[in-house]
Design a protein around this ligand. Structure first.
Ligand SMILES: [Zn+2]
Ligand SMILES: [Zn+2]
Ligand SMILES: [Zn+2]
Ligand SMILES: [Zn+2]
Ligand SMILES: [Zn+2]
Length: 339
């Protein structure tokens, strides 16, 4: 995620991060750790509060508010990797999504036999069991006959700068291409496919299909219109060559950068614990919030004793609907010995 504060990251070393048990910090939708922004408190139709992580979409029925105070505090935590229990990496806020997409311990599925593998076993599995379908050359030749008979290359191993990807090709009324990063230092964002015959070349860049927000495979999918391509090539020859190029750059849509945590923090004291207790401070009595923490309808937190004293939120005059900030309560519980 862009917009990370260089200043902040440099000032924190591992020993300053509190070590806590993360089992209570899980998303109610995907059950992964609450380590990807934005975190929403979702109130379901029967009035139950649940946290939903940035990997997931908040269900339409019910209401939601962004858990801003949790996100601010999460900057001080190092989360376990959600991809695998075997992974020992500790991930700072903002690092989880990228790491989990390329974690070497993550589970991968064979597209042909659906078996579960890991990054280290998947390629050898393809080599051993799907030798006929696996191609090792990024220059793929497809003839009209191959399309009819379904004998075109289905899986291509493409190695390029700093990554190895499996590229899955499906030719029907369109050419669908899925890029599955296996070993990568970052998530690939762009694909260029060059279709060529003896006399003609057409290059397509990044015809990416919109991602399903709950897609946990970390694949990018691309779509190319085959009728269009075939028409161009029909007069020329009965086969075409597809050259696959994968790049790491691409459109930088940082949809989640909607509030400036760094600016908030730059005004705070420099010690980590001091900053944590400042964030956990009740805006009304200035005590560190412990026990039940209540939320106004726009997401401001308040401690239990102050909640009993005020009819509306002192910060925004908003109503209290009975919502609680469970994630913040957990943090406060776990950090009370440090504060
Ligand atoms: Zn989730
Ligand atoms: Zn990992
Ligand atoms: Zn298989
Ligand atoms: Zn208070
Ligand atoms: Zn408020």
């Amino acid at each position: 995620m862009s917009g990370e504060s260089q200043e902040l990251d440099d000032s924190l070393d591992d020993s300053q991060f509190p070590s806590i048990d993360f089992d209570d910090f899980k998303c109610s939708q995907c059950e992964k750790y609450l380590s990807v922004a934005p975190i929403y408190i979702y109130t379901d139709p029967i009035g139950k509060n649940k946290n939903v992580c940035g990997r997931c979409s908040v269900p339409d029925e019910g209401s939601k508010i962004r858990n801003v105070s949790y996100e601010i505090l999460a900057k001080f935590l190092k989360f376990p990797c959600s991809s695998s229990k075997n992974c020992k990496e500790k991930l700072a806020w903002g690092e989880a999504e990228d790491h989990e997409a390329k974690c070497w311990h993550r589970e991968m599925v064979c597209e042909i036999c659906s078996g579960p593998y890991t990054t280290t076993t998947l390629i050898s599995h393809y080599k051993k069991h799907h030798q006929k379908e696996l191609f090792l050359d990024k220059n793929v030749v497809i003839s009209e006959g191959d399309i009819y008979n379904h004998t075109y290359p289905k899986v291509v191993l493409v190695a390029c700068a700093r990554m190895v990807c499996l590229v899955h090709i499906q030719v029907e009324t369109t050419i669908k291409i899925k890029v599955q990063p296996v070993f990568a230092t970052s998530i690939p964002h762009a694909l260029t496919v060059t279709f060529s015959t003896r006399n003609q070349i057409i290059s397509f860049k990044n015809r990416q299909i919109k991602q399903n927000p709950n897609n946990t495979k970390n694949w990018n999918e691309y779509d190319f219109n085959i009728d269009h391509i075939l028409d161009i090539f029909k007069s020329d020859s009965s086969e075409f060559k597809m050259e696959l190029e994968i790049y790491q750059d691409g459109p930088n849509n940082d949809e989640n950068a909607s509030y400036n945590v760094d600016q908030y923090l730059s005004n705070e004291a420099s010690g980590v614990m001091e900053r944590i207790s400042n964030t956990l401070e009740c805006p009304t009595c200035y005590e560190v919030m412990a026990g039940n923490i209540y939320l106004c309808k726009t997401g401001h937190s308040i401690c239990e004793s102050c909640r009993k004293l005020v009819p509306v939120c002192p910060t925004c005059q908003g109503q209290y609907m009975g919502g609680r900030n469970y994630a913040l309560e957990e943090i406060s519980k776990k950090l009370k010995d440090f504060l």
